[in-house]
Design a protein around this ligand. Sequence first.
Ligand code: HEM
Length: 298
Amino acid sequence: MSNTTQSTDRPTPGTTPPGQTPYSAWIQTDTLHSLQRTVSDHPGEHAWITHVQVSELYWMLIIKEMQSAQRFLRAGDLPQAYRTLQRVSAHHAPLDAIWRSIDWMTPNDLLAILSRAVGTYGQDTALQGWTYRQMVYLFGIKQAVHLQHFEPQPQRLAQLRQALAEPSLYDDVLAYLQRRGMNVPRALLERDVSAPYAPSKEVEQVWRDIYAAPDKHSELQQLGEVLADIAQGFCNWKFRHLMATRRTFGARPAYFGTEGVAWLMPTLEEIPFPELWSSRTFIGDPPPVCPHMAGQRR
Ligand code: HEM
């Protein structure tokens, strides 16, 4: 598993660097607050940069947590994997809430900042953000086309190529379910995991079986529910982003020269863990006769 996201430079115990307090040394406040370099005089640019940087931090946190969950699943430690995934679900709350801090933006505000950013650094797109892409690959949404944006960043390109070629969190969940005796096809687990995931009727049946016997499979149903929480948190973020785009950008053409909103709309259908959702059509026993009809017959 890619370890390029792990912190390896642990400080020596018992040392506080000169000129630091224990708090500033641990939290790295001086470095943290030196990272906001505005490109415009717009009074809201700090809010914009803070919003994006905080989102970056949370995406990185989610990556680390999901990698931990993968390790726990591989070790067969479901309770620890579950606790870790609960944290992943929780981290989506601040990611969602932080949109509020840029709701004040009008198209005038956004374009005043963006035009200065383009003038300073060139044409940017958030598709150049590697944390979001690695997180999405870990969800199992594998699209190699996005790698094109990282040519200028060879180290990140290599990191993302590795993430594309490695099993996603969902792959590890399915492998775990198979080891627990569920009928996940071996061919699916041995496929080329760098290719886009094709939903499978057999995996859909696995989730149906788990939810059909909640007493027998209570732990696995809990696993399914925390994954559903995570997918929902991610999709909520995507919807908030779409609305922020509509609000500040209208129907303008964006990075690819086509309407930005039209580019974004189909991505809302990219929902992680697809069979967990499709199986819900078949979960739960409807009463054999609709109660209203039964009433009419009497
Ligand atoms: C509010 C003003 C914003 C507008 C008008 C906007 C617009 C867009 C557009 C048009 C795209 C599609 C690709 C492109 O043409 O660049 C996009 C993608 C994206 N944006 Fe934004 N964006 C905004 C804010 C943000 C913020 C604040 C973040 C991060 C916190 C962000 C993160 C992303 C990500 C991660 C993608 C890729 C989505 C995917 O692959 O499905 N955007 N944005």
